[in-house]
Design a binder for this molecule. Structure first.
Ligand code: HEC
Ligand code: HEC
Ligand code: HEC
Ligand code: HEC
Ligand code: HEC
Ligand code: HEC
Ligand code: HEC
Ligand code: HEC
Ligand code: HEC
Length: 422
């Protein structure tokens, strides 16, 4: 029986123009074999499926759509044979989850794979609105495609890290499409200009966040005001620890301020500079603190402290440069300058305790290193001067001795030439 089927299906395959691997792959793939010969649309479906991750894993059309692939005419699509056909748009998540939420089934293919996609999806804004009959939100196929679904780590997948922002932007950046919802449509535009977007999209930095790192793969919701910090500290844990000890944690919560995003924004995150700190123009602190307040005073002191550490670093560097020009060995000084540089990085993170005392404590290491570097450079320069002085004195003594010697020799010679006395 099986052999007959094989021959039949091979014969079928041979009669269908431009059949692909799908039809050839199985001895029972009547679905692909017939569909490849129907029309351009169906041929595209079969062709697309040849690149599909499900095809790679050996699944057939009937594994998703049901029916009997052993029957070679249209009876293959008999509902009595389990044919379910094309899922309604709103039923796609359940259609996919029949396998993806079935741990026993999925374990055969990948024992460690996630089986929580539907569960998470239902908690997402997309899932909640879909359940209410919304037809514009994303379903599984909006992000993963269909008949050509790729493994998520395939660089051509729409959910490959670098491609995710564009995949989300297809809907979220389309003002006409999103009009009924009255939410901003500038997420991609802002993100692409941010440190995060530039790092991921232009510099290909590992670890830079795409949309899903902050919103989740399947549970997309905007983080609530009080959950924004939790999103940022996935990667910026030290800033988070300091912020949690700071006077801002409770004060921001009480006032409904957006934690990290209050000062850094959420999509338009820029590289922060010292200008953000203090009481000058461009400082975030003065948006909330007025002269005379404890916060204002602390902001001014913190900025002053960072400025002085920066100046000490420049001074130490230029003194060491002067010594180096004189050919003095100042390798130890270079290590100290590096220590100051590291300390400045630490100090800029330490600003998140929003306490001038804490900052001074952290920065004291840098000041000590600057002091040491200064002394080292000054000592080298002094040593160089001393050596030069020593050399001068020695030359003077040698020249003097030579002169005396010369005079002495001349005197002896003159005496020799005098005629003897009569
Ligand atoms: C991983 C599951 C899966 C597999 C495997 C699969 N399909 Fe589909 N198919 C779907 C989904 C989901 C839809 C509905 C897509 C939509 O509504 O956008 C669909 C839709 C269709 C449609 C209707 C298209 C339309 O525009 O009306 C046809 C025909 C079809 N599939 C044929 C096939 C054939 C033939 C194969 C094998 C070569 C196949 N499918 C393999 C999931 C699958
Ligand atoms: C002998 C040819 C033939 C075979 C075999 C065949 N189909 Fe079809 N199928 C068709 C035709 C014709 C249509 C209707 C054309 C259309 O709607 O594009 C169709 C429609 C479909 C549709 C979309 C319409 C719907 O009811 O949802 C799906 C999905 C589908 N087939 C899947 C399958 C699967 C799965 C198998 C194998 C179990 C299969 N077909 C076997 C010819 C075939
Ligand atoms: C809003 C877009 C979006 C929707 C909707 C979506 N996914 Fe995903 N999916 C992703 C992203 C992003 C990833 C993760 C890619 C990565 O790991 O880098 C992913 C990963 C996956 C993976 C790989 C395993 C994992 O969980 O990381 C599977 C399987 C998957 N999705 C299935 C589904 C299914 C089934 C549905 C529908 C219930 C669905 N997805 C809905 C975007 C989406
Ligand atoms: C008949 C069962 C079945 C159905 C239905 C099904 N899948 Fe899958 N899917 C699998 C299997 C098996 C794998 C391979 C898992 C692996 O090797 O990690 C897979 C893999 C995937 C992957 C790649 C995951 C990765 O880790 O790279 C994605 C994405 C995916 N499926 C999405 C979908 C979507 C979207 C649908 C619905 C349109 C769907 N699947 C329907 C069985 C199914
Ligand atoms: C098929 C179109 C589509 C795609 C693709 C899509 N979304 Fe959505 N998304 C929507 C629609 C429509 C809404 C509903 C708007 C609302 O919440 O009122 C929405 C809602 C959201 C919300 C909630 C917004 C709010 O304030 O209520 C977030 C967050 C979100 N999407 C993130 C994402 C991310 C991240 C991706 C990519 C991984 C993505 N979306 C892909 C259509 C899409
Ligand atoms: C660094 C984390 C981060 C990244 C990356 C990120 N978001 Fe957001 N997103 C947030 C936060 C936090 C909020 C909530 C801000 C608020 O409550 O005001 C938000 C809000 C949203 C909203 C609700 C409407 C709005 O604009 O406030 C949508 C939609 C959204 N993001 C989509 C996206 C898309 C699409 C991408 C990728 C292009 C993306 N996000 C990248 C953190 C991020
Ligand atoms: C998935 C990890 C990840 C998440 C989540 C994340 N970031 Fe980042 N962030 C990075 C990486 C990586 C960089 C460095 C980018 C580069 O190389 O320029 C960065 C850079 C930054 C910078 C600039 C640092 C500098 O010295 O230029 C700021 C500010 C920042 N992030 C704030 C945030 C905020 C606020 C959030 C939450 C809304 C957040 N990040 C969420 C990974 C993350
Ligand atoms: C979005 C508003 C906001 C911004 C921006 C802000 N603060 Fe605050 N800050 C507060 C609130 C509210 C409190 C608690 C009430 C108070 O004591 O003023 C506070 C308290 C403080 C305190 C504790 C004051 C005390 O009473 O002991 C310090 C120190 C401080 N902030 C420093 C800063 C610094 C430095 C900056 C700039 C990097 C800054 N703040 C930016 C709102 C803000
Ligand atoms: C009250 C305003 C404020 C809040 C709230 C805030 N920051 Fe900052 N952040 C700053 C300032 C000011 C700087 C610049 C310090 C400098 O360079 O002198 C900065 C610098 C940074 C940097 C770059 C320096 C470094 O540490 O690598 C990162 C990353 C960062 N912040 C992340 C965060 C995260 C994550 C949160 C939430 C846990 C947060 N910030 C909360 C004001 C703030």
């Amino acid at each position: 029986m099986k052999t007959t089927l094989l021959i039949l299906s091979l014969a079928l395959t041979a009669t269908v123009p431009a059949t692909g691997q799908v039809a050839r792959k199985s001895d029972s793939g009547s679905c692909a074999a017939c569909h490849a010969g129907l029309d351009a649309k169906n041929r595209a479906i079969v062709r697309g499926y040849e690149k599909d991750v499900h095809f790679e894993r050996g699944l057939l059309c009937s594994d998703c759509h049901g029916g009997d692939p052993a029957v070679k005419d249209e009876d293959a699509m008999d509902p009595a044979k389990g044919f379910v056909g094309t899922p309604e748009w709103s039923k796609i998540p359940e259609f996919c989850a029949r396998c993806h939420s079935n741990p026993a089934y999925m374990r055969h293919f990948n024992p460690l794979g996630n089986v929580d996609q539907l569960e998470k999806y239902r908690t997402s804004r997309h899932g909640i609105l879909l359940a209410k009959g919304d037809k514009k939100v994303a379903v599984c196929t909006s992000c993963h495609g269909v008949h050509g679904t790729l493994a998520v780590d395939n660089p051509n997948s729409p959910v490959y890290r670098q491609n995710i922002p564009q995949t989300c932007n297809r809907c979220h950046g389309d003002a006409a499409y999103m009009a009924p919802y009255r939410i901003p449509t500038d997420q991609y535009g802002k993100y692409a200009r941010s440190v995060h977007g530039v790092a991921l999209l232009e510099k290909h930095t590992k670890g830079a966040p795409a949309c899903n790192d902050c919103h989740g793969n399947h549970g997309a919701v905007p983080p609530g005001v009080n959950d924004i910090e939790a999103v940022c500290v996935i990667c910026h844990s030290i800033n988070g620890e300091l912020y949690d000890q700071s006077p801002h944690r409770d004060a921001f919560k009480a006032a409904g301020f957006k934690q990290c995003a209050q000062c850094h924004d959420h999509h338009l995150v820029f590289h922060p500079t010292d200008a953000m700190l203090g009481v000058g123009e461009g400082a975030t602190c003065v948006e909330c603190h007025s002269p005379g307040e404890a916060g204002y005073v602390a902001a001014a002191r913190m900025r002053q402290f960072l400025d002085s550490l920066e100046i000490r670093q420049t001074q130490a560097k230029s003194l060491l440069d002067s010594a180096r020009v004189l050919d003095m060995d100042v390798a130890d000084g270079e290590a100290l300058v590096e220590a100051i540089r590291q300390n400045l990085i630490e100090a800029r993170t330490a600003t998140h305790a929003f306490s001038d005392k804490h900052l001074a404590e952290v920065g004291s290491k840098g000041l000590v290193a600057a002091q040491k570097a200064d002394s080292l450079a000054r000592a080298a320069i002094f040593e160089h001067k001393f050596r030069r002085l020593g050399f001068g004195v020695a030359t003077l003594i040698i020249t003097g001795t030579a002169l005396l010697l010369f005079l002495k020799i001349r005197q002896i010679e003159r005496r020799k030439r005098k005629p003897p006395a009569r």
